[in-house]
Design a protein around this ligand. Structure first.
Ligand SMILES: [Zn+2]
Length: 244
């Protein structure tokens, strides 16, 4: 279970491991790795930017995966113009969160689920060898978010459930729906840093987007008993999956 930032810093378990022990660069074990896979530039940051900072502090290698480059995300701009701006924004935001950005090849607004796309997502995750993956909750009004979630879920089961899978929420009530958290992360001490990273997405009217996410952080904080939190759904491995 994900624990609070303060718990991680105190050296107690994070994702069921001794966070600071796993962080020990004096040891021989490599750092744990977390992939945050979002459909568009700004999804990983708004959905779990605070948790990315917590994981980084706990010694994880953190990778932001963007399934598209936000090609359709700036009115009046061509796909080429928009993707150049949004890749630059996402790269800056990832840098501020201590994450390595990875950009995939799907097109914003026209994402696909087919055999080739399943293979593409599976091969990317297999090559990264993550310990934990965060992605979109599948019940979401944005089709690209649903596609991303389905591709990651399929990769998870076809890779033999060899990483922990957590779903994050974005703009709940407008995009994510029926999101009932199983886990929370206290991001109170990271909220400002998260906000600054999200502000890198200047093309996305982040003022309005963040007004929404600030309410979510506050509400999840009320549920968890802290000032600000991010919430997740941890999906358990399907022990009866006959096809793995
Ligand atoms: Zn999105």
């Amino acid at each position: 279970m994900l624990k609070t930032a303060s718990a991680a810093i105190a050296g107690t378990s994070l994702l069921g491991m001794e966070a600071l022990a796993s962080n020990s660069h004096a040891g021989t074990s490599p750092a744990k790795k977390a992939l945050i896979i979002g459909a568009h530039p700004d999804d990983p940051e708004t959905g779990c930017g605070g948790t990315m900072l917590v994981l980084k502090k706990a010694g994880y290698e953190v990778v932001s995966v963007y399934m598209t480059k936000g090609e359709a995300g700036i009115p009046g701009k061509t796909h080429e113009e928009s993707s150049a701006i949004r890749v630059s924004e996402a790269t800056k935001a990832s840098d501020m969160l201590g994450a390595r950005p990875v950009f995939m090849t799907q097109i914003d607004g026209s994402t696909e689920i087919n055999k080739e796309r399943y293979v593409e997502m599976r091969e990317l995750i297999a090559a990264e060898k993550p310990d934990v993956v965060f992605t979109h909750w599948p019940i979401d009004s944005h089709a690209d978010h649903r596609v991303c979630s389905s591709l990651v879920y399929d990769a998870w089961r076809r890779l033999g459930y060899n990483f922990e899978l957590y779903y994050f929420e974005v703009m709940s009530g407008m995009q994510s729906q029926l999101f009932q958290p199983t886990d929370y992360v206290n991001i109170s001490s990271m909220a400002n840093q998260k906000r600054e990273a999200c502000n890198c997405h200047a093309s996305q009217d982040m003022e309005a987007v963040y007004e929404w996410h600030e309410l979510m952080e506050r509400f999840r904080g009320i549920e968890f008993g802290c000032k600000a939190a991010e919430a997740f759904i941890h999906l358990q491995k399907n022990k009866n999956d006959l096809f793995v």
